[in-house]
Design a protein around this ligand. Structure first.
Ligand SMILES: [Zn+2]
Length: 306
């Protein structure tokens, strides 16, 4: 029986090396995944290194991990060169490096990664996709650094999260999801289109107090008619902030910070709730639906939107 390396462990190992090499200096971020992939694999897996990282025509895939042609050793990481978003490319590279470190022995011929629309989340294939995403988030956005940018107790705006997205060269959604992993605040991220919730993710403390939307296996949930998610007339330069009474978005009052993404035709709403005592807490924490977490129904890869 073999023990598989966990994505957290793999990302932490690399983060320690990068911290040692760059400290907290200006060159630490964004992580140059192509250089890291080649240098690290050369040093630790000299018989089986990554020798190529580049964009290519991959019409049906965001990226892939490819075995070198017969007679040559090693691997190549390719990304779809039709992708124009630097954050999406960077996350794809991190994701493919995750496949190399975690999965190349399981898939000796390599892997190609589609936008995860139709992939079943409970299959082994989707599990490795999730692991590659966890690795990429850990490598690109280490929590020690993220906490220095936004303290676990502070209440960031979408602009604050956007500044972090730029720092780490990831999408706004990827940065917001990373922040939700460690914030002590009650907050819920909602991505909606045409007045309906596509998917949503709650912070741990929001989840504990019942502040979440369960979207999978149910009819679509409409966003509130008074929310910025549908009141685009209230947005200025595609952005806005609006307080809501109780029972609008959730049982509790909240402040909605919204951003309309023209490029992808959806709205991101970040709902900040008060850190009230969990009056309607439940005894056991309901696990957020995995399908909600990884949001394949959006037809785009979760971390790379926006
Ligand atoms: Zn993949």
């Amino acid at each position: 029986m073999t023990t598989r390396l966990s994505p957290h462990r793999a990302a932490n190992d690399l983060t320690r090396l990068l911290n040692a090499a760059f400290g907290t200096g200006p060159d630490r971020f964004p992580v140059n995944v192509a250089t890291v992939a080649k240098d690290y694999s050369n040093q630790f897996f000299p018989e089986d290194p990554i020798t190529l990282v580049k964009g290519d025509a991959l019409p049906n895939f965001d990226g892939g991990l490819y075995k070198a042609p017969p007679g040559k050793k090693g691997w190549g990481i390719l990304y779809n060169d039709a992708i124009t978003s630097p954050g999406r490319i960077n996350f794809t590279l991190g994701h493919e490096l995750g496949h190399y470190l975690l999965h190349r022995l399981l898939f000796p011929d390599g892997l190609e990664c589609r936008p995860q629309d139709m992939v079943r989340w409970d299959s082994e294939y989707a599990e490795i996709e999730h692991e590659a995403n966890v690795f990429a988030a850990g490598l690109l956005m280490p929590l020690d650094d993220f906490r220095r940018q936004i303290d676990g107790r502070s209440k960031p705006s979408l602009d604050d999260l956007g500044t972090c997205a730029d720092r780490y060269r990831v999408s706004l959604i990827a940065a917001a999801l990373r922040w939700l992993e460690y914030t002590e605040r009650r907050a819920v991220l909602v991505v909606s289109r045409d007045g309906y919730i596509l998917w949503s993710r709650s912070s741990a403390s929001a989840l504990k107090t019942g502040a979440y939307f369960k979207t999978s296996g149910r009819p679509p949930i409409a966003v509130p008619s008074t929310s910025l998610a549908v009141r685009s007339d209230l947005l200025v330069k595609s952005k806005g902030v609006l307080p809501h009474e109780a029972d609008v978005w959730l049982h509790d009052p909240c402040e909605e910070m919204a951003l309309l993404s023209d490029q992808y035709d959806f709205t991101i709403s970040l709902l900040h709730l008060d850190n009230a005592s969990p009056r309607w807490g439940r005894d056991e924490e309901e696990e957020q639906d995995v399908f909600d977490k990884f949001a394949p129904q959006t037809g785009m890869r979760l971390f790379e939107q926006g």
